[in-house]
Ligand binder design. Structure first.
Ligand code: MN
Length: 712
């Protein structure tokens, strides 16, 4: 699209006249006069009067026919931030809707997207959620960003690079998802120009050098295609199409040479109806031989951002390859402006908003996530599900489901519905039964077999890809564990009361005190906390009898920073070919029964047993000896785990998970605290199977980021 820059309101007004009524233009003018007054005297880094910026943002929006409220908001968008105008003042003058739009954009503009500290992550969440509540805010933000990128030359080199990177990381993926190709493609080209100026100008130069030749080919091909369509009375328009510099850069970056990029010669054919698209295609194919693999029917199967068109590549005049796109004018509007081709001027929730919520799975995922999960999960999910590589698979009914690359049938099932996910028992892909950890591929047709009484498996957490599926599986287990703990806690407490001969009425008199001291909302939460081991029944009853030491204090005293003494090994490990030799357990990797192990012969000390994965033995080949666990042992051995957590008070929950298993905590110490909290916990455990289950249990604790075995 041609870039137009304006410097007065009349130019904007001329554009608005094409689609906005007079009353609304008056409202817009009021906003302009207000903004012009407020920004008076302010200058941009480019030296221009400040008002030029909001004016051009409004103009960019008028090019995609934004509604009048959005145009007003565009003119006013920097007045809260830069002119100390209040929300109330805006609402009084321009109404609630415009005020809300300006307020949202002001919040978003305060955010710096680069960096990865928690505060920024939390902010990213706010912006994305804020954006999804009114899609016009996103489009306004994209227009704002576009004008800022057009005037980026005025900033320092460092800020140019930072802004360009942020644009490519955050804004172009969003523009792509919304199908707003016109803005996306200009943003990409501008970003490339500042990020990789050498590559950018090299491409520009090459394009300029070959321009005359390419223009001749294209003109000749256009005439030829036009002739065949005219012969069959198909009314049409044809345009030569230039490929964006960024898309050429991407292809060169993938190792293609300039001459291999065959859609450098490209045409776009516009017709009135869908039927004529196919007729035109047939006629073109009958005259120019197509390359079969390059044909795509995005009319029958629109892209998830609503894009529709036919794509074909043919051998054109002189054997040159031409990429031809065929579409109706309506399809072209959607292809260029995506979601922004659906502005509606009615009150309430716009068509555009509901269209977005229905059609764009991208936003459904965000909307769903905004109420559940931690900030961290949310951002992971946005990065993974939304901004990364995606595949498109089908339901048996032909609905398209969009998933991140590497997704499995379980991810698919949860994307369709959490009920389906929870009750999945098997999957059929393209008529073949596949395992549940099968990696789905583009265009797979996926059928999920369910059984009403079936429930999720912890195993799934090891292979599902989407954060959505992970959260749903965890939520399922948290809920069922909660129910179990509630029942168990009630029983335990009643038993303790009977044992200590405390009547129900005395207990009832003390409920308020119990709840406030133990920080529980209600009696149900108290039961759950007893059931999960956070509080012991005796500790609860102690509060009634005023004999009060918290369990946390007891445990901490018991476990804090204690040196772990490795047990002696006798007959628990079998050394191949040797009886009666002294065997020690290595303290660096602390193997337990079930681990693959290897012995290392130490002078004078017998054999030290390491885990096979322990890096401390990896280069000692000649002194290694085969050793095996005696499968019959039941003795517990110590081993250490590293737990990474988002907060510092996970001890009680870790202990609670432990009390449900026959694992003993030997020591618990805090290693460091930066953004994450890292703990080293040493446990006594019988075998690897039990340890694996325990580690999975720990991973279910909210705020725990990772649990790994420690090797020193
Ligand atoms: Mn701005």
């Amino acid at each position: 699209m041609k870039v137009v820059k304006i410097n007065n309101f009349e130019q904007l007004e001329k554009k608005l006249n094409k689609y906005v009524n007079n009353a609304e233009i008056e409202e817009i003018k009021k906003a302009y006069i207000f903004a012009n007054e407020k920004h008076k005297g302010q200058k941009r880094a480019s030296g221009e009067s400040y008002i030029i910026h909001p004016l051009n943002v409004a103009y960019i929006l008028s090019e995609i026919h934004a509604d009048s409220k959005t145009i007003q908001a565009a003119l006013l968008h920097d007045t809260i931030e830069d002119c100390d105008v209040t929300k109330e003042e805006l609402e009084k003058n321009f109404g609630l809707e415009v005020m809300k739009l300006v307020e949202s954009i002001t919040k978003i503009n305060k955010i710096n997207f680069s960096g990865d500290t928690e505060a920024i992550i939390a902010n990213q969440r706010k912006i994305l959620v804020g954006m999804t509540e009114d899609v016009r805010v996103i489009i306004l933000k994209l227009a704002d960003r576009l004008h800022n990128m057009r005037t980026l030359w005025a900033l320092s080199d460092k800020r140019q690079k930072a802004n360009a990177k942020e644009t490519l990381d955050i804004f172009t993926p969003i523009a792509h998802r919304l199908g707003i190709n016109s803005i996306k493609s200009e943003l990409e080209d501008l970003s490339l120009r500042y990020l990789k100026p050498d590559a950018y100008y090299q491409i520009v130069e090459k394009l300029n050098k070959t321009k005359v030749e390419r223009d001749n080919y294209v003109a000749e091909m256009m005439a030829s295609v036009s002739k065949v369509l005219n012969e069959h009375n198909i009314k049409h328009k044809i345009k030569g199409r230039s490929k964006s510099i960024y898309s050429i850069y991407k292809k060169l970056d993938k190792g293609k040479s300039f001459n291999e990029i065959y859609d450098l010669l490209a045409l776009r054919v516009f017709v009135d109806t869908e039927a004529e698209c196919y007729q035109a295609l047939g006629l073109i194919h009958s005259k120019f031989r197509p390359i079969p693999k390059r044909f795509k029917d995005y009319i029958a199967m629109p892209k998830t951002n609503m894009y529709q068109s036919l794509h074909t590549t043919v051998f054109g005049i002189d054997g040159q390859l031409f990429e031809i796109q065929i579409r109706t004018y309506e399809m072209d509007k959607v292809a260029e402006n995506g979601i922004a081709s659906h502005w509606s001027y009615k009150e309430g929730k716009s068509n555009m908003q509901s269209e977005m919520e229905q059609k764009l799975q991208f936003f459904r995922v965000i909307m769903e996530l905004k109420n559940e999960g931690s900030e961290e999960q949310f951002v992971d999910s946005v990065k993974e599900d939304v901004l990364k590589d995606t595949i498109y698979v089908f339901t048996p009914l032909g609905d398209v489901i969009e998933l991140p690359n590497g997704s499995t049938p379980i991810d698919f099932a949860y994307r369709v519905h959490s009920k389906i996910g929870d009750t999945t028992i098997g999957a059929i892909v393209n008529n073949n039964i596949v395992p549940l950890d099968y990696k789905l591929k583009d265009n797979d047709i996926v059928k999920i077999n369910t059984n009403k009484s079936s429930t999720p498996s912890q195993e799934w957490l090891n292979f599902v890809k989407t954060t959505q599926a992970k959260n749903k599986i965890k939520a399922y287990f948290n809920k069922s564990i909660k129910e179990d703990n509630h029942n168990k806690g009630g029983d335990l407490l009643n038993k303790e009361l009977r044992k200590r001969k405390i009547s129900i009425s005395i207990f009832n008199e003390n409920i308020e005190k119990l709840l406030s001291e133990l920080k529980c909302v209600d009696i149900n939460e108290l039961y759950i906390n007893i059931g999960n081991g956070k509080y012991t029944p005796s500790q609860v009853v102690n509060i009634i009898t005023e004999d009060n030491i918290t369990k946390e204090e007891i445990i901490l005293n018991k476990t804090k920073d204690k040196e772990v003494i490795l047990p002696t090994v006798k007959n628990d490990i079998i050394v191949k070919g040797i009886d009666n030799i002294k065997v020690n357990i290595a303290s660096c990797c602390k193997p337990i029964c079930g681990d693959r192990i290897v012995g290392y012969i130490t002078k004078g000390y017998g054999i030290t047993v390491h885990r096979m994965v322990c890096p401390n033995v990896s280069n000692l080949n000649e002194r290694l000896i085969d050793v095996y666990w005696n499968e019959a042992i039941t003795k517990k051995y110590p081993t250490s785990l590293l737990i990474k957590s988002l907060n510092s008070n996970i001890l009680m929950e870790v202990i609670a998970k432990t009390s449900n298993s026959d694992i003993t905590v030997e020591s618990f110490k805090s290693l460091s605290s930066g953004n994450d909290y890292i703990y080293q916990i040493t446990v006594l455990v019988e075998n690897k199977e039990k340890l694996t289950k325990y580690m999975n249990d720990l991973r279910m604790i909210p705020n725990i980021l990772s649990v790994e075995r420690l090797i020193k």
